[in-house]
Design a protein around this ligand. Structure first.
Ligand code: BES
Ligand code: ZN
Ligand code: ZN
Length: 476
């Protein structure tokens, strides 16, 4: 998508998208735009209403946005316009920016339009959305210049489109190896370093908890380490560590899942959010150091699978009793966190994972579960999320929950064995490996990474986390 800024539409031929705030159905003053007069009887800007007028060589697509609209709803609305009204976009397209818009709303509209190009039919014969043609040019018709906002919006949407595809593609495509290649390719393109440990290298490093999960799989696990350093040198850059759960498919292992297995290709959505964040922060060249670890592996069933009651040795040296092989995410995250702390010592540490069904039971599909002992980080993450519609709500890490992970035979166990407080005990397990890091947060996104919406018939990816993590990092 190429962008051109214009201050008038004279001689424009093509489709003009015009967002319109709601007036009143009985308004006697009509909506006027470029000499087009719309009586309120036919269109008054009601949210999600649409009205098309042909004049000269142009089609004017009026989009009602209601009396007030926030970032998230505006973005979804324009994603829907771009996806559902594609037939209007075969030629030149101009986007009118109302004077009442601020930069955030411009970002929402432009990102939304680009996100609407996403098509779940990865394996169908299809034509790409016209916005994706390399020659496609979007004219921004506004009295002010929004060049940098529009550029940023496109980068955000591009990272989100990557994440949508990573999560929606099936597990026989998105293997740990595929994620490793993805990281290498994007690292080269956007300028971050990538190192990958396969099975042998991980064994030498002592990543025992990570390896246990993948030992039943034919697909080799990949422990992906990424490092972004801003191009301008400075000693004062803050340093953020990100860890994302990359289980490319979760069968449950020998504690095989009896429900919900069909959707378990989404169990690498935390990894995808971290990968997308690396793309986005390096594309935006944010002035902050970010190290990211995504342990990628498949939790599958074979004669080599790890067993319930096995005791394994993690990277930290702590032994772990396996109560349930379906509580695998916390095992790979434990090694990811320990590896990060020992080798990179970041000032801030955030992990993100589709970790527990319990978090879905608690919050449904409305928000992610947030765990941290650092109230200022809690606020920063929640603020970042609220501003873009990626909500988080905090749950406790009180000491009384520690007994849930106390084992008789090992330093710690991976599951309480009780069907209560599952998201909290999983977080307590992770906390055990954080070495009392004072700026750690854990995001359990099992309920928000994959879901139902107007954009497809079946459950699919949401790209939750990319924008949230990037905004958090940007504002830190
Ligand atoms: N991958 C699942 C959690 C999950 C549930 C992700 C729903 C996305 C949607 C995780 O590995 C898991 O199986 N958790 C178990 C843990 C239990 C066995 C201790 C759970 O939450 O039921
Ligand atoms: Zn599991
Ligand atoms: Zn899992």
């Amino acid at each position: 998508m190429k962008i051109k800024e214009v201050t008038q539409l004279e001689n424009f031929s093509g489709t003009v998208i015009v967002p319109v705030y709601e007036t009143n159905p009985k308004n006697i003053v009509p909506i006027e735009f470029e000499e087009i007069v719309l009586s309120s009887k036919v269109f008054f800007g009601k949210k999600n209403s649409r009205y098309v007028v042909e004049k000269g060589n142009a089609l004017y697509l009026f989009i009602g946005i209601g009396k007030t609209i926030d970032y998230s709803n505006l973005k979804t609305l324009f994603r829907s316009v771009s996806q559902k009204e594609e037939s209007y976009f075969s030629q030149n397209v101009a986007l009118y920016i109302p004077d009442a818009f601020n930069e955030d709303l411009v970002e929402a509209v432009v990102s939304g339009l680009l996100l609407g190009t996403y098509n779940l039919g990865h394996f169908k014969k299809k034509e790409a959305h016209s916005f994706l043609n390399s020659a496609f040019q979007l004219e921004i018709f506004s009295s002010k210049s929004y060049a940098s906002v529009v550029n940023k919006s496109i980068k955000i949407a591009r990272a989100q489109l990557e994440v949508l595809a990573l999560v929606d593609l099936p597990p026989n495509t998105v293997t740990p190896h595929y994620l490793g290649l993805w990281a290498k390719e994007k690292g080269e393109k956007h300028g971050f370093e990538v190192k990958i440990l396969g099975r042998e290298a991980a064994k030498i490093e002592g990543l025992g908890a990570f390896l246990a999960v993948g030992q039943g799989s034919e697909n080799e696990p990949q422990f992906i380490i990424m490092d972004y350093v801003p191009a301008t040198k400075s000693d004062t850059f803050k340093h953020v560590g990100l860890v994302g759960k990359g289980v490319t498919f979760d069968t449950g292992g020998l504690n095989i899942k009896t429900a919900g297995m069909l959707h378990m290709k989404c169990d690498m959505a935390g990894a995808a959010a971290v990968l997308g964040t690396m793309q986005l922060i390096s594309d935006l060249q944010l002035p902050i150091k970010v190290t990211a670890i995504v342990p990628c592996t498949e939790n599958s069933v074979s004669g080599k699978s790890f067993l319930p009651s096995d005791v394994i040795t993690s990277y930290s040296g702590n032994s772990i009793e396996i109560i349930d092989t379906d509580a695998e995410g916390r095992l790979i995250l434990a090694d990811g966190i320990s590896y990060m702390l020992k080798n990179y010592k970041p000032e801030y540490l955030v992990d993100i994972a589709t970790l527990t069904g319990s978090s879905v039971g608690t919050f449904g599909y409305e928000c992610g579960a947030l765990f941290t002992n650092n109230e200022s980080i809690a606020r920063q993450l929640q603020d970042a999320g609220n501003s873009i519609g990626e909500r988080l709500w905090q749950l406790p890490l009180w000491d009384c929950y520690k007994q849930d992970i106390e084992s008789d035979i090992a330093d710690v166990k991976n599951y309480s064995g009780k069907p209560v407080a599952g998201a909290i005990s999983a977080a307590k397990f992770l906390e055990f490996f954080t070495e009392e890091h004072t700026a750690w947060a854990h995001l359990d996104i099992a309920g928000v990474a994959f879901g139902d919406d107007e954009f497809a018939k079946s459950k699919h990816a949401t790209a939750y986390g990319v924008h949230l993590l990037t905004k958090f990092i940007e504002n830190i």
